[in-house]
Design a protein around this ligand. Structure first.
Ligand SMILES: Cc1ncc(COP(=O)(O)O)c(C=O)c1O
Length: 418
């Protein structure tokens, strides 16, 4: 059937392909530990009890008609206060936009800023920037990153690519790696953007930064979250933040996202989101406004939730370190934030018991799914080459016990490779 070039050229999600394989094995009665999805098992990680209660109450109060196009004022004010108290960021309610989860914010940032053919610069691995570039016919400029630098991009790596670019898309803590910018690294990138913008003429688009901090409330130990505007306030006119409730309150299905930035850009995004109708449901907005105002409830939820996620990530990390110490070709990067662990399973070129040679990260992943009953996502699904034998392990849908039990199975599967 003839469809638009855009529809023809869009790539399906790699993760959904892996999910297909897992579902097939589950159908055959196998129990696979699914570390592929950037989501939560809501029986293990339910949303905050008060939030649930407020949502039910809001439906009881018939809060079911159209919300305002930019989100309910009460919620935008709650977000504004949340940003002030948690990040010391000053954004008034007219600089905040609510949408149905955070994806519409990202898409509307691209649509509001990027013309066909404009350069959009982002690191690999990173989440979905390639798809948003495809949707807007942007020229995607992909910056390879290094494990030695926790797969976070540096100013030196970005510098050769920003001349004339429209958008630099950054995320910290990063999906898929669970690693974060250090203060120094982010400062250097900010200075690069400031210097580039000084070279632009009046009337020319500046280089904007999309800063996705959706995991910023989920940071561990001494790792601290930084953002471009706090580090370099003069960037405030060119930074648009993506944030929301999906990850920090395990509320992926609740669909409340918030973006913030210069009012003029937020207004354009509001118009775009309005035409898509990608608003957050009204009852959820009413409830989220009420929940966000209660610092003690937010803190007590985050405290327990973070502890459990961190325990799972640390257990997996230590399991991989133990395998590495035993001489296996594996590695892992210390978990810093989000719900992800970066793991290496460097077994390309090895032969499975049935005589198949594992050529790519995808082959290794499918071998682990079949033999160890554990599923990760290769970084190639996040824009790296297939030769990169690093994977994302997401712990949101597993119990600590599941994770403890998977390490011996991985070991057994790796022993069988020759
Ligand atoms: C970095 C990042 N930003 C944004 C989103 C979108 O979240 P939402 O479910 O709120 O659309 C995700 C979801 O996986 C994400 O990982």
């Amino acid at each position: 059937m003839s469809v638009s070039l855009l529809a023809q050229n869009l790539h399906g999600s790699e993760i959904i392909k892996i999910a297909g394989e897992i579902n097939e094995l589950k159908r055959q009665g196998q129990n696979i530990a699914n570390l592929t999805i950037g989501d939560f098992d809501s029986n293990i990680y339910p949303i905050p009890a008060e939030l649930k209660q407020y949502i039910v109450e809001a439906y009881g109060n018939n809060q079911t008609n159209y919300p305002p196009a930019d989100g309910m004022l009460d919620l935008r004010e709650s977000v504004s206060a949340f940003l002030k108290s948690r990040y010391n960021l000053s954004y008034a309610s007219n600089q905040v936009l609510i949408s149905g989860g955070s994806r519409p914010l990202i898409y509307s940032i691209f649509l509001a800023l990027v013309d066909p053919g404009d350069k959009v610069v982002f690191p690999a691995p990173s989440w979905n920037n390639n798809h948003y570039s495809d949707l807007t016919n942007a020229e995607a400029i992909i910056i390879p990153t290094r494990p030695e630098h926790n797969f976070m991009p540096t100013a030196d790596e970005i510098a050769p690519h920003i001349k004339g670019a429209t958008l630099l898309a950054l995320c910290s803590p990063l999906n898929p790696t669970g690693t974060m910018f250090t203060k120094k690294d982010l400062e250097e990138i900010c200075d690069l953007v400031i210097a580039e913008n000084k070279t632009r003429k009046a009337g020319e688009k500046p280089l904007y930064i999309l800063y996705d901090q959706i995991y910023s409330q989920l940071t561990f130990g001494s790792h601290q979250h930084y953002d471009p505007v706090s580090l370099r306030p003069e960037l405030k006119d060119v930074v648009i933040f993506v944030d929301g409730a999906s990850k920090c309150f395990a509320s992926t299905g609740v669909r409340v996202g918030w973006g913030f930035g210069p009012a003029a850009i937020i207004d354009h995004m509001k118009a775009i989101i309005g035409h898509m109708g990608a608003w957050s449901p009204k009852a959820e907005q009413v409830a989220m406004a009420k929940f966000l105002k209660q610092d003690n409830k937010v803190n007590s939820y985050l405290g327990k939730f973070k502890q459990n996620i961190q325990n799972s990530l640390n257990t997996l990390y230590q399991g991989f370190q133990q395998l590495k110490a035993e001489g296996f070709n594996v590695d892992a990067i210390e978990p810093m934030g989000a719900i992800y662990l970066t793991v290496k399973v460097d077994y390309s070129g090895k032969t499975t018991p049935d005589g198949t040679v594992l050529k790519t990260a995808t082959d290794i992943n499918f071998y682990l799914i079949k033999e160890a009953k554990v599923a990760f996502v290769p970084f190639s699904a996040f824009g790296t080459g297939e030769e990169v034998n690093w994977f994302r392990a997401s712990v949101g849908a597993s119990t600590l016990q599941d994770i403890e039990q998977m390490i011996p199975r991985i070991k057994e599967a790796l022993v069988k490779l020759k």
